[in-house]
Design a protein around this ligand. Sequence first.
Ligand SMILES: NC(=O)c1ccc[n+]([C@@H]2O[C@H](COP(=O)([O-])OP(=O)(O)OC[C@H]3O[C@@H](n4cnc5c(N)ncnc54)[C@H](OP(=O)(O)O)[C@@H]3O)[C@@H](O)[C@H]2O)c1
Length: 254
Amino acid sequence: MTSAELPPLSGKVALVTGASRGIGYGVAEALVARGDRVCITGRNEDALKEAVVKLGAERVIGVAGKAHDLDHQSEAVERTMEAFGRLDHLVNNAGTNPVFGPIADLDLNVARKVFETNVISALGFAQKTWHAWQKDNGGAIVNIASIAGLAPSPFIGAYGVSKAAMINLTQQLAHEFAPKVRVNAIAPAVVKTKFAQALYEGREEEAAASYPLGRLGVPSDIGGAAAFLTSAQSDWVTGQTLVVDGGLFLNAGV
Ligand SMILES: NC(=O)c1ccc[n+]([C@@H]2O[C@H](COP(=O)([O-])OP(=O)(O)OC[C@H]3O[C@@H](n4cnc5c(N)ncnc54)[C@H](OP(=O)(O)O)[C@@H]3O)[C@@H](O)[C@H]2O)c1
């Protein structure tokens, strides 16, 4: 997007974790498109820099680091405040799912790592965003959970348990941070990203067959939902988990 094509500034600022590609990038893109200024994070510095340029370096900064690293969390929040002077919205998107197999044989150190990245990091970013800006000025938080947190998910059990925890964390934060800050979650089904590639690559039509809306998700589907949950259109919505799944859950009753 050239400077001339940029939308008018909305006056709002967002921090989106894990946003050099995939769903986080789709969320950042949706927020920039409505005029927000955005800080994105990710581990790989070069990929992050490329994403900043693609999104528009006039309005986007990148802070590289691991989501669970407390110093990185502080740096991301501080640099957002320095660059833009405020921090209205937090989208906790960075997540991991490093193992596939029965939970009976799960290495518990791996389970700890999954929780550290998917749940504790989200809480850490929420605490820091709350203290830096939101507790006095308001805003919104969106946690990217998963439908794996809503029903048993064979072979990705630890991931499912962590996303269920994220959904409860959403409710806890929504209760504690009200009325200043609204906190909601999004539970996507399969979205076409690097993270989910193994679930559909080479057999996308087959994978999409069980989706009533006839296709898998794309990052902009989640971007649209996150834009809604961080806008005035959802001003009376908090503690909710918005399932964005192409209708997949409708099959549960069949
Ligand atoms: N895709 C799906 O089907 C799906 C469905 C439901 C929920 N989700 C959730 O959506 C979120 C994003 O997934 P995605 O599919 O967009 O994944 P993705 O395409 O692999 O993108 C992940 C992004 O997060 C960054 N990242 C990964 N681990 C990180 C960490 N520990 N600290 C900081 N940044 C990190 C990656 O950059 P670096 O590698 O450079 O760090 C990248 O920018 C995850 O929480 C996932 O659980 C995905």
